[in-house]
Design a protein around this ligand. Structure first.
Ligand SMILES: [Zn+2]
Length: 310
């Protein structure tokens, strides 16, 4: 089962107690249904529990509808509809609508309490929403052909600080939430606590992985730094060696050069342990810098000498 299906199943299983919330959920189904007009209501989905829930909620409001199953090559399409004229009239009475409205907008009088809000949004999600698997990306969206409804719905989500965005794709309005924290909160708000928990765990996992990656990058960067520092010292020592200058240096510097040549890849810290008696890192660093400075001075003298020659 996909992540979206798991979320829908959880939302569909949620139980609503108060009449206002049951009506708000039924209203959510109506607003985001395929048809909601003078002729009645038609809601189509691939989720059997969504149509069962729609039938149950409308029945609790005193409106009877029918559930149909339509076989299609891609699978079963479930339909909930309210078509009997007497039931259609009751439905419009319930919502204070006529079915002849030129555009559908959210009637705030039908959303009375905080649970009403979550019941309405949850029903909208069951009808027209989807959520991407958090392993791929964070995205939860609602689709509707009704532009004014999309605008109102975006405002409703914004009012509850889910930071929604709205756009149009192929002539359809899209209201979506991308931020992972808001997405997690919205799933929980709609009644999909399990799906929210999955997002939470996924995020924690990603965080640990990113931290590990950062750590590895740091180690690699340090390794690069060590290699560059070593190469510079080694170049200096070899230069001194090639010009027979190494043996003229003080004993401690000769010894430092010899150990460095013997272990070219060791970090300075590790190299300290190769001395007997051991030397401090700062002491050794100082000797290496001294060798580099001596090599530089020698190079400059040699270059000047070459220029002076006729
Ligand atoms: Zn309520």
């Amino acid at each position: 089962m996909s992540f979206a299906s798991r979320a829908r199943e959880e939302i569909a299983q949620r139980s609503l107690q108060k009449d206002c919330c049951v009506r708000a959920a039924a209203y959510g189904f109506a607003c985001f249904a395929k048809y909601f007009d003078k002729g009645g209501l038609v809601l189509q989905t691939e989720q059997p529990h969504t149509v069962q829930l729609a039938r149950e909620l409308f029945a609790r409001c005193g409106v009877q509808g029918d559930v149909l199953e339509k076989q299609r090559p891609s699978g079963v399409l479930y339909e909930f509809n309210i078509r009997a004229p007497e039931q259609v009239a009751r439905m419009h009475e319930l919502f204070g609508t006529t079915g002849s409205e030129t555009s559908l907008q959210i009637d705030p009088a039908l959303i009375r309490c905080q649970t009403c809000v979550s019941a309405y949004i949850g029903a909208a999600f069951l009808c027209s929403g989807t959520v991407t698997d958090p392993q791929k990306e964070y995205n939860l969206e609602f689709l509707t052909a009704r532009t004014n409804l999309a605008r109102d719905f975006e405002a409703l989500l914004a009012e509850h600080e889910f930071a929604p965005h709205r756009t149009r794709r192929n002539g359809v309005n899209l209201v979506y939430v991308k931020n992972s924290a808001n997405l997690e909160r919205l799933l929980r708000f709609m009644g999909a606590a399990g799906a929210a928990e999955e997002i939470h765990a996924q995020k924690a996992f990603k965080q640990v992985r990113n931290q590990t990656n950062r750590q590895t990058n740091c180690d690699t960067a340090n390794l690069g730094k060590t290699a560059r520092a070593n190469a510079q010292t080694l170049r200096a020592i070899r230069y001194l060696q090639e010009n027979d200058a190494l043996e003229t240096l003080p004993e401690v510097l000769q010894q430092a050069a010899a150990v460095r040549l013997q272990y070219p890849d060791l970090s300075l810290t590790a190299l300290c342990g190769c001395f007997d008696p051991a030397v401090s890192k700062s002491g050794l660093s100082h000797r290496m810098k001294k060798l580099e400075a001596l090599a530089d001075a020698l190079r400059q003298r040699m270059e000047k000498g070459q220029e002076a020659e006729p």
